[in-house]
Design a protein around this ligand. Structure first.
Ligand code: 5AD
Ligand code: SF4
Length: 452
C-alpha cells in the first residue's frame, strides 16, 4: 500500500503553483496523491495571510486534523508558506497546535522532504525510548529562494495552463500589504531557466503559459545582465508552437511602454492584463504608498486600448482603507465607471499586523461592508454591459475544462480572458475552437462551436 499525501492550498496562484512543486517533492519521496475519501499519511497546509479570512480558514482546517492524528498517530502534519512567516506566528502554531510536526516559511518549503525524514527518524528513536519528539520550524529569510525550481519536477494540476514563476518576493511595501514581509525582497529567476521551462511545458502539450510574480514588471531589476520583463516577453513570443501567454500581477507604476508594445506586437501574448488599481482616490493611493495617481492609471489604460482595442483589463480594488472617506470611495466608483474593467476582484481592507496601515485609525466594519456592496453593484453593471458587446461575435477559445454546472458543456477563455461556456466535452480540453457567442449572463458568455 503506497503512502498518501494531501496538500491544502490557500491564497493566490503563486501558492497554487508552489503546491505543484511541493507535490513534486513528495512524489519524488515515493508518496502518492491521496484518493478522495482515503486517510492521508502526510497533510500539508500551504497557507496565505493576505487577509484575516484566509488565515482563519487555514487555522480552522488545521484544527480539524487533531482528530485525524488521534486516529492515526503516524500522520505527519506540515504548515508551510506565508502564514507562519509572520512575526511570532510559527511559535504560536507550535504552542497551540501540538499535533503539527513541521512549520516552514516561504523560503524553506524545499526543506519539506528533509524535515519529513527527520520527523520519521525521531519517531522511530522515540519508540525505542532513546529520543524526544522532533518538530521542525524553519522560517528564516535567506537571500536565496527555493532551490527546487530547476531541479524538481513540478506536478502540474492546471492543464492546459502551466504556471511559471519568473520573480519571487516584492519590494513595494504598499502600506496595507503583508507580502513584502513574508515573501522577502524581489529575486528574479534566470531568463534562460524560465525560457527552458516554457519550452518544456509547450513540448509537453501545455497550451497556455501564465508567468507569475507579485510584480512581474520588476522582472530583471535585481539581475545585472540587462534583462527586463519586455525582453522576457519578446523571447517567449519567439518560442515555437501554438500556445497563449498571460502574466500576473502588474503594478501600474512599473508597466512600461516597452511592455505594452511587446504585448501588441506579439502573436502569443494575450490581449489581457490584470492591473490592480486598489483605489480611485489620489489621497488614498498616496496613503497606500502605491506611487501612481488616477491620471497615470488612466493614461496607462489609454495607452493599452490604443494599442489593443479589444484588450480585457481586470483589476483588484480595496474598500475601507483607514483614510478612505465617502468622497474617496466615490472616486473609486467613478474610476470603475470610467475604465470599464471586464472584471474586478473586490476586497474589504483587513489590517495586517506589522504594516503601517494597521497602526492607523480604522473605520467601522459596517461602512466597509456597505461600500463593498455598492462597488460590486457598480462593477456588475459594467461587466454585464461589456458581456453584451460580445454577443453575436466569433472568438477563439481555448477549452480549459468541462463546465462545472452544465451537462454536455465545456468552458474556456477568449484571448481577452473572458469565460465562455459552450457545447463540448472532456476530449476538447486543451484544444482551440472558434466559438460564436449567443448569450451572456453577467460575467459569463455562452456560445457554440463554429465549423472551421
Ligand atoms: N486587506 C485586504 N485586501 C488586501 N490585498 C492586499 N492586502 C490586503 C489587505 N490587507 C488585496 C489587494 C491585492 C490583492 C492580491 O489582495 O487588492 O492586489
Ligand atoms: Fe503587496 Fe503592493 Fe507588493 Fe502587491 S505590490 S504584493 S499589494 S506590497
Amino acid at each position: 500500500m503506497p503512502l498518501f499525501y494531501k496538500i491544502n492550498t490557500y491564497g493566490c496562484q503563486m501558492n497554487v503553483h508552489e503546491s505543484e512543486k511541493l507535490a513534486g517533492l513528495l512524489e519524488k519521496m515515493g508518496y502518492v496523491q491521496c484518493p478522495e475519501g482515503e486517510p492521508a499519511d502526510v497533510i500539508v497546509f500551504n497557507t496565505c495571510c493576505i487577509r484575516d479570512t484566509a488565515e482563519r480558514r487555514a487555522l480552522g482546517n488545521i484544527g480539524v486534523t487533531k482528530a485525524e492524528k488521534k486516529r492515526n498517530p503516524d500522520l505527519i502534519i506540515a504548515v508551510v508558506g506565508c502564514m507562519p512567516q509572520q512575526d511570532g506566528v510559527a511559535e504560536t502554531i507550535i504552542a497551540k497546535y501540538p499535533y503539527v510536526d513541521i512549520v516552514l516559511g516561504t523560503r524553506s518549503i524545499s526543506e519539506l522532504p528533509a524535515e519529513i525524514n527527520r520527523v520519521l527518524v525521531s519517531r522511530e528513536r522515540k519508540r525505542k525510548k532513546s529520543d524526544k519528539r522532533y518538530r521542525a520550524v524553519n522560517v528564516g529569510m535567506p537571500e536565496k529562494y527555493l532551490e527546487i525550481d530547476e531541479a524538481t519536477p513540478t506536478v502540474r494540476t492546471s492543464y492546459p495552463n502551466a504556471w511559471i514563476n519568473i520573480i519571487y518576493g516584492c519590494n513595494n511595501f504598499c502600506s496595507y500589504c503583508i507580502v513584502p514581509y513574508v515573501r522577502g525582497r524581489e529575486l528574479s529567476r534566470n531568463m534562460n531557466d524560465i525560457l527552458d521551462e516554457i519550452k518544456r511545458s509547450v513540448d509537453a502539450g501545455y497550451k497556455e503559459i501564465t508567468l507569475l510574480g507579485q510584480n512581474v514588471n520588476s522582472y530583471g531589476n535585481d539581475l545585472s545582465d540587462g534583462t527586463n520583463f519586455a525582453k522576457l516577453l519578446h523571447e517567449t513570443d519567439k518560442i515555437e508552437g501554438k500556445f497563449r501567454v498571460r502574466f500576473m500581477t502588474s503594478h501600474p507604476k512599473d508597466l512600461t511602454e516597452e511592455v505594452m508594445d511587446e504585448m501588441a506586437a506579439s502573436s502569443k501574448i494575450c490581449s489581457n492584463l490584470h492591473l490592480p488599481i486598489q483605489s480611485g482616490s489620489d489621497k488614498v493611493l498616496r496613503d497606500m504608498n502605491r506611487r501612481y495617481d488616477r491620471e497615470k492609471y488612466l493614461s496607462l489604460i489609454e495607452g493599452l486600448r490604443k494599442r489593443m482595442p479589444d484588450i480585457g483589463i481586470t483589476t483588484d480594488i480595496m474598500v475601507g482603507f483607514p483614510t478612505e472617506t465617502e468622497k474617496d470611495f466615490e472616486d473609486t466608483i467613478d474610476i470603475v465607471e470610467r475604465v470599464r474593467f471586464s472584471n474586478a476582484f473586490t476586497f474589504i481592507y483587513s489590517p495586517r499586523k506589522g504594516t503601517p496601515a494597521a497602526r492607523m485609525e480604522q473605520i467601522p466594519y459596517a461602512i466597509k461592508q456597505e461600500r463593498i456592496s455598492r462597488l460590486i453593484k457598480a462593477q456588475n453593471r459594467v461587466t454585464k454591459e461589456l458581456s453584451d458587446e460580445y454577443t453575436g461575435g466569433i472568438y477563439e477559445v481555448l477549452c480549459e475544462d468541462i463546465a462545472p454546472k452544465f451537462d454536455g458543456m465545456a468552458c474556456g477563455r477568449t484571448d481577452s480572458g473572458r469565460l465562455v461556456t459552450f457545447d463540448g466535452g472532456r476530449d476538447d480540453i486543451g484544444k482551440f475552437f472558434n466559438v460564436k457567442i449567443t448569450a451572456s449572463k453577467s460575467a459569463s458568455l455562452f456560445g457554440h462551436k463554429e465549423e472551421k
